[in-house]
Design a protein around this ligand. Structure first.
Ligand code: FNR
Length: 383
């Protein structure tokens, strides 16, 4: 099988590029403005230094961790990404099923293309999170929160780095719309990626979890201006906190000050993230902020990190530097573009094998033992 030849997330990306229309691939792969944050995210992981402990044989590393009262096999979750049925017709339901199979959490996006009820039906046991974009319409917000709760979501993720949509020039150049509009270039693309198009045209129309019943074709900026609300602030966090009885995480934290404010404002934990470089460009690489945010919030507040994770070693590093767990976006999206649900499985398998091997080579028996003795930021000394 083609997927078995994929030995890395980069290999899945290469296959994804071949199998998926360019506008869709670019939407996933691309980032905001000059894509400096996106490159910096990946480079920050490349620049980390791993310090193996000699003479510590590890036959069977225990990669599992406790996260939010559950034992999960790897400190990893599938983060929230929009429009997954555009990447592959298997869509959000497939990602949720894979997360369920491996026992890791999955976050459904407000701009998902499968309703939270349908995702729950597809994966009854998955630890389902719901990522909320607070819109300017309180009725919609209220409704989304209630539906997430009724569908048994354990965790609400409030994304706070999207006052407006990031400027992703590739999407403008490619004329990306949902659903795809028929143009001369579309016809050419159908010849190049027939499998994707046949499935697109034979499966039902894309519907939005959040914009149920809303009108036909949107370009991306129109969707963004419907969803994003520039007035989202600390009072919005308070508003959500009052309505959401479960665990509440604030996503898009990029400083110790914001982390503190989020927790003081009612969050149960934070996700250090620059949205994979898709919002404000030139931000810090989230992984480099983990030690300082951990110091600020102390040992007990859950801290997650995402942006730029392409290898299981990156997840080892996140854990060693003080995060409870890491989230991936593109890593599993490359998988789904490359091969639908099987591609998401392959993405997980690749990350898990890399994680386990890194632990053995570092000489670490339990994920819980990973520390800043094992991984350091450039210039820092092992703890
Ligand atoms: C995202 N991300 C995102 N985040 C969010 O809170 N709501 C959303 O709807 C989306 N949509 C989305 C679509 C696509 C195509 C991508 C790639 C990302 C951001 C996502 O949750 C996460 O922060 C990043 O994907 C992490 O960076 P990596 O792993 O993609 O490098």
């Amino acid at each position: 099988r083609r997927l078995d030849n994929a030995l890395s997330i980069g290999d899945l990306r290469t296959i994804a590029r071949r199998t998926t229309p360019r506008s869709v691939f670019d939407y996933v792969d691309g980032a905001a403005e000059d894509e400096i944050s996106a490159r910096r995210n990946v480079r920050a992981y490349e620049e980390l230094i791993f310090h193996p402990q000699a003479l510590r044989p590890v036959d069977h590393p225990d990669t599992s961790v406790r996260l939010f009262g559950r034992t999960i096999p790897l400190p990893l979750g599938f983060g929230a990404t929009g429009y997954t049925r555009m990447m592959h017709h298997h869509g959000e339901a497939a990602v949720a099923r894979v997360a369920q199979h491996f026992g890791i959490p999955y976050g459904l996006s407000t701009v998902g293309t499968t309703t939270v009820e349908d995702v729950r039906a597809a994966a009854p046991e998955v630890d389902l999170w719901f990522q909320l974009y607070v819109t300017s319409d309180p009725q919609i917000n209220d409704d989304l929160i209630k539906r997430a709760h009724n569908a048994g979501c354990t965790t609400l993720v409030l994304t706070c780095d999207t006052a407006v949509s990031g400027n992703r020039r590739k999407d403008d150049r490619n004329g990306l719309t949902i659903p795809p509009t028929l143009r001369p270039s579309t016809i050419i693309d159908m010849g190049l990626h027939p499998y994707w198009w046949v499935n697109k045209l034979t499966t039902d129309q894309i519907t939005f979890a959040s914009l149920a019943g809303a009108a036909s074709t949107y370009n991306f900026n129109q969707i963004a201006s419907k969803i994003f609300d520039p007035s989202v602030g600390l009072d919005s966090l308070g508003w959500v906190r009052e309505r959401w009885p479960g665990r509440l995480l604030v996503k898009g934290i990029l400083s110790t000050k914001s982390a503190r404010e989020a927790v003081d404002g009612g969050a149960d934990g934070v996700i250090i993230s620059n949205h994979g470089g898709r919002q404000l460009d030139r931000t810090p690489a989230p992984i480099t902020l983990v030690p300082a945010v951990r110091k600020e919030l102390g040992p007990d507040v859950p801290i997650l990190v995402d942006s730029g994770i392409r290898n299981g070693q990156d997840i080892v590093a996140a854990r060693a530097l003080g995060a409870d767990a890491a989230l991936v976006g593109r890593a599993y999206l490359y998988g789904i573009m490359a091969g639908g649900q099987d591609g998401v499985v392959r993405a997980y398998e690749i990350l898990a094998a890399e994680y386990q091997r890194a632990m053995q080579l570092l000489g670490v028996r339990h994920s819980g033992d990973l520390s800043d003795q094992h991984v350091t930021l450039p210039g820092a000394r092992p703890g």
